[in-house]
Design a protein around this ligand. Structure first.
Ligand SMILES: Cc1cc2nc3c(=O)[nH]c(=O)nc-3n(C[C@H](O)[C@H](O)[C@H](O)COP(=O)(O)OP(=O)(O)OC[C@H]3O[C@@H](n4cnc5c(N)ncnc54)[C@H](O)[C@@H]3O)c2cc1C
Length: 283
């Protein structure tokens, strides 16, 4: 199938992109096209206007600033995957990126595109929730910052308003141990369930813990109850097992042709247990 007809604007600057998007509420931004182009071709989306941001160089950057990573929305997955700065400042993000599709997809796909696409099974939205990232959006009313935890509203639904586009992703640096545990039907398929964890220790005692689960609800889920069960305690097998059960209880998995809900919930517990154990070893 081919896409339904649409107007096409290739923006040369952020201002041009914002101007082109304003006034056409159903307009879509084209970044890497790895999700948008299939949706267009299957006619699952039929925008009247597509605004191509691939030549907006000011949206493509990666730098460390004030203890956090500042990443332009148009930064390709491959740039993040191969960056020493990402590896040292946000190793959870560095590990998770390798799970996004295949190299060809990571060569074109962008961080902003993955987040705006808001697939509940995608890795990067869950990573951003785990790391308490902030997203900068620009639209006709100017700029605003949206916390990652407030950004994802449902499957493929975000807090972005009409005419707004993501411009920058701010990811606080993290230290300690981390782990990604993912279950998918085939290697590098979208996750049936995935768990992203970071842990810091003081001696044997857990100082901080961050746990996010993908593929187990309409949005990525931050398992705060599980985190609270870890902080201030030695991470014994029993403590980790309790946190894993709490993480699973916080999920609201879909029951679909890929896997039944009960199976996903049980796997959320298994993967959380593994992720915390590995993060503890690395902390
Ligand atoms: C075979 C295959 C396998 C895949 N496997 C995975 C996987 O394992 N994990 C995973 O997470 N994803 C996977 N994907 C999906 C894909 O990799 C990501 O969704 C993609 O990287 C999104 O980025 P993009 O730049 O290509 O976005 P695009 O396709 O260009 O855009 C996606 C959506 O985001 C919007 N958008 C893009 N940029 C912005 C912006 N700056 N501001 C506002 N809106 C914006 C677009 O309008 C569109 O609605 C796979 C895709 C394919 C084709």
């Amino acid at each position: 199938m081919k896409a339904a007809p649409f107007e096409y604007v290739r923006a040369a600057s952020l201002d041009e992109a914002v101007e082109a998007l304003s006034g056409t509420p159903d307009a879509r931004v084209l970044a890497g096209g790895q999700s948008l182009v299939p949706l267009l071709n299957l006619r699952q989306v039929r925008p009247t206007l597509v605004v191509d941001i691939n030549r907006v160089d000011e949206l493509s950057f990666l730098r460390k600033e004030n203890g956090q990573l500042e990443i332009g929305a148009l930064t390709r997955h491959r740039v993040l995957e191969t960056s020493e700065t990402v590896r040292s400042e946000a190793p959870l993000l560095a590990e998770a990126i390798g799970y996004v599709g295949h190299p060809a997809i990571r060569n074109r796909g962008t961080l902003g595109g993955s987040l705006a696409h808001a697939d509940p099974a995608a890795e990067l939205p869950a990573v951003m929730i785990a790391l308490d990232a902030g997203f900068t959006a620009r639209g006709p009313q100017g700029e605003r910052v949206i916390a990652a935890r407030d950004f994802f509203l449902g499957p493929h639904r975000t807090a972005l308003g009409p005419g707004e586009l993501l411009t920058r992703i701010s990811v606080p640096s993290h230290r300690g141990g981390w782990a990604v545990e993912q279950l998918s039907r085939r290697s590098r398929d979208l996750a049936l369930v995935a768990v992203f964890a970071t842990v810091t220790l003081s001696g044997d005692v857990c100082e901080t813990a961050r746990i996010a689960v993908a593929g187990a609800g309409p949005t990525p889920i931050r398992a705060t109850g599980a985190e609270e069960a870890l902080v201030g305690r030695a991470l014994t097998d029993d403590v980790i097992a309790l946190a894993a059960e709490l993480a699973a209880a916080a999920t609201d998995p879909p029951d679909d042709l890929h896997a039944p809900a009960d199976y996903r919930r049980e796997m959320a517990a298994v993967l959380t247990r593994r992720a915390i154990s590995r993060a503890k070893e690395g902390a």
